[in-house]
Design a protein around this ligand. Structure first.
Ligand SMILES: [Cu+2]
Length: 413
């Protein structure tokens, strides 16, 4: 072999070896980077609906993508108790923050989890994608039977096709820890009103544990079914059994569904406390204290999730005009002062606050600014942990027009 041939062979072998080494190094770096950015596993749903939404996305016709996470936590109640629960939460602006692996990561990336979860709001005639992430449990005992459970979102009242309706295995599997599922939602032009989302896996355990949140579909700003209003509140009644929840956290025996015995009855996940300045009480929550100004019309979107309690919403001082139920306009609205609501129902009620701002005659008599109470009149619901009036009670806090802020900065959208 002449020198030049020998040299060529040497150089070629060298480069082959280098290439193999480089490929190996590249593979190692790639797998390390994949490990460092381990992603969630996406559960593949309906291809047809996915493709149609990809086409809408290319045309810029997806109004918004929401990312919602399921995890567990403790809710501090106004009476000082901490209740273990499961809930839906999200990051700032409902952004995608990827896989959650540790409690530190969860607390850093996601807003504190609460039940009910935060309201999700859609516009009539628009398309949305909601991505459900199962972020896993962080508060359970190691041996608990509920340590590896799956969830979904059932869009209650949306009348959807099974592919995005959140019923496990009809036809797509539910979402286990570190998995995701994409819900494709097209809201028809003519649909508006009040709805809710909740999990539909082992529903008695999962829903009662706290997996529910209000949903609003809005056609026009400050208008419902053609009726104008000045401000609105969503009031979500629910009940929880703190001892059963502790059993789930510890033992996780999901076959004890008939042992549930609610000991807390709540409005927006809170109870009323007779110590009026208690910061966790219903009346000190801006979403639950019904602040209004003389002469205004207030929309109350009443919702409920219950095990077997029926709530009876009863404001003192006001009859409400029921304009919609379960996401549909009532052909003949009617007035009531005691409004029964059971699990899954939504009732849209308008309260016309009379304009007596100059008189300020009295409290609780519908003749001037002041405070009137509004509460569950099925009186079991006025007791939590055995004590009255620690239940679903809030107040109408009607203020004179002169105190009305120029800009309703606190108005809850
Ligand atoms: Cu669930």
């Amino acid at each position: 072999m002449v020198f030049s041939e020998k040299y060529t062979k040497y150089v070629s072998t060298f480069f082959k070896r280098q290439t193999i080494t480089l490929c190996y190094l590249f593979a190692v770096i790639l797998s390390l980077s994949v490990m460092a950015h381990a992603t969630e596993k996406e559960i593949i749903g309906g291809q047809e609906i996915k493709e149609s939404f990809e086409a809408l996305s290319e045309k810029g016709e997806i109004e918004r993508e929401f990312h919602i996470y399921i995890t567990d936590g403790y809710q501090e109640m106004a009476d000082g108790e901490f209740i273990y629960f499961w809930g839906y939460t999200h990051a700032k602006d409902w952004a995608d923050v990827g896989k959650i692996d540790t409690i530190e990561e969860r607390d850093e990336k996601l807003l504190p989890v609460r039940f009910p979860g935060d309201e999700m709001r859609f516009k009539s005639g628009k398309n949305y994608i909601v991505v459900l992430h199962n972020a896993g449990w962080y508060e359970t005992e190691e041996h608990s039977g509920i340590n590896h459970v799956a969830h979904t979102i059932h869009w209650h009242g949306f009348d959807l096709i099974p592919a995005v309706d959140g019923i496990p295995n009809i036809p797509y599997p539910a979402v286990f820890p570190h998995e995701t599922f994409r819900y494709y939602l097209s809201i028809p032009e003519h649909i508006e009103g009040s709805y809710m989302g909740h999990c539909h896996v082992d529903s008695t355990n999962h829903i009662m544990a706290g997996l529910y949140f209000p949903v609003v579909i809005q056609k026009e700003e400050k208008e419902i079914y053609g009726y104008k209003y000045d401000r609105e509140y969503t009031l979500f009644f629910s009940e929880i059994d703190s001892e059963y929840m502790e059993m789930l956290r510890d033992k996780g025996d999901i076959k004890r569904g008939l042992d549930w015995k609610s000991n807390y009855f709540m409005l927006n996940g809170r109870i009323f406390m007779d110590k009026l300045d208690n910061p966790l009480s219903t009346i000190n929550d801006p979403k639950t204290r019904l602040v209004a100004y003389d002469g205004e019309t207030v929309l109350v979107r009443l919702m409920a999730i219950t095990y077997d309690h029926t709530f009876m919403w009863h404001p003192h001082g006001y009859h409400g005009l029921i304009v919609g139920m379960d996401g549909r306009k009532l052909p003949a609205p009617y007035e009531k002062d005691s409004i029964r609501i059971g699990s899954g129902e939504r009732i849209d009620i308008l309260y016309n606050i009379p304009d007596f701002s100059s008189q300020q005659l009295c409290l609780s008599c519908n003749r001037g600014a002041g405070i009137t109470i509004a509460h569950d009149h099925n009186l079991m619901g006025m007791v939590s942990n055995g004590i009255y009036p620690h239940g679903g009670l809030t107040i109408f806090d009607v203020r004179p027009k002169s105190e009305k802020p120029k800009e309703d900065e606190w108005y809850i959208k």
